[in-house]
Ligand binder design. Structure first.
Ligand code: SAM
Length: 307
């Protein structure tokens, strides 16, 4: 389905829980209050059926930390089997990735993003509040070892971690993408490292660039792709194709505005649900307002919205 600016909206991001086992400083406050898993597996499948009817073909499972849900494999399998949904992907902090790698593959996952901001153990603990870097790197290797299409997503906190992360990605043969920090939730209190600055640190070997299907611009690394997603330094709203479902059952059209519709109570009313999808897609704003933080109306944290 096209929005009023002619953009084809075919991608739904679902936060399946606002709970997380990490406390990344720019994402989740220490004293966060949680609603947990507001929507059950069958409700999520029903919603995805309606989403497919509205033209959604790709679903990203996110959170909070989606692998904390005991029924996560069941959720993925059901959405994957939904008519019209061609791709189901997952983003995870990777802590439990090794445990779930095989089951994810069997459930039909199309790809997995693992969030990793540093390879330094003490910095990892400082950023996330937990000493589990090893579990994450092993998780990435386990996913790759299973044959899953896996890539690393980095919201870089320390400039000197940039090249080591690229070397690590090259060594294990996994693409990596650098995402600029956005002023949403706790992120509003942090100054983003801009990708323009990071790109200038890439050596001669990394000159070739090309645009991917999504918002990333890619450089060719040694056997891998190095992507830059730059919502701050290079707006890509004109090609935005996504809407979001928050962990509390709220369908919304843009990361930074709170506009949307609670669909929790109309899940089994196909007509109303279809109308909600149509309205949210139709009302999608032209662009985000990160350059003027006073215009951001979304109060939810990234764990509820889904990153
Ligand atoms: N726990 C899962 C994970 O780590 O991928 C899924 C949820 S997490 C909110 C999804 C992604 O959002 C992570 O890569 C995280 O680094 C990113 N994120 C959180 N807050 C952000 C912000 N303010 N700006 C940009 N990315 C952010």
């Amino acid at each position: 389905m096209k929005d009023k600016f002619g953009r084809e909206i075919d991608y739904l991001r679902i936060s399946v829980t606002d709970r997380c086992d990490l406390r990344c400083v720019y994402c989740l406050p220490q004293n966060a209050d949680f609603c947990g898993a507001a929507l059950g597996a069958d409700e999520l499948a029903e919603i995805c059926g309606a989403a497919a009817g509205a033209g959604i073909t790709k679903v990203k499972i996110t959170g909070g930390e989606p692998l904390l849900r005991k029924d996560i494999i069941h959720i993925i399998r059901q959405i994957k089997q939904t008519e019209g949904i061609k791709s189901v992907t997952l983003t995870t902090n990777g802590v439990l990735a090794a445990k779930y790698a095989k089951a994810l593959l069997e459930a039909g996952i199309n790809s997995v993003n693992v969030s990793l901001d540093t390879l330094d153990r003490s910095k990892y603990q400082k950023i996330t509040g937990k000493d589990c870097l090893h579990a994450v790197t092993e998780g990435i290797k386990a996913l790759k070892g299973c044959g899953i299409d896996v890539r690393i997503n980095t919201v870089l906190q320390y400039k000197d971690d940039f090249l080591p992360l690229i070397s690590f990605a090259e060594k294990i043969g996994v693409d990596i993408r650098f995402i600029e920090l956005m002023p949403i939730g706790c992120g509003a209190g942090f100054k983003p490292l801009l990708n323009t600055e990071l790109k200038s640190m890439l050596g001669e070997a990394y000159k070739l660039s090309f645009k991917g299907n999504g918002p990333a611009v890619y450089y060719k690394g040694r056997g891998i792709k190095i992507g830059f997603i730059s919502p701050i330094s290079r707006t890509f709203c004109d090609s935005c194709n996504r809407i979001r479902l928050t962990s509390d059952g709220y369908l919304k059209s843009c990361l930074c505005y709170e506009d949307g519709i609670y669909i929790k109570d109309i899940i089994y009313d196909r007509e109303k649900l279809a109308a909600a999808f149509a309205k949210v897609i139709e009302s999608k704003p032209k662009e985000h307002c990160f350059s003027d933080k006073s215009k951001i109306t979304e109060k939810r944290g990234m764990n509820k919205i889904g990153g």
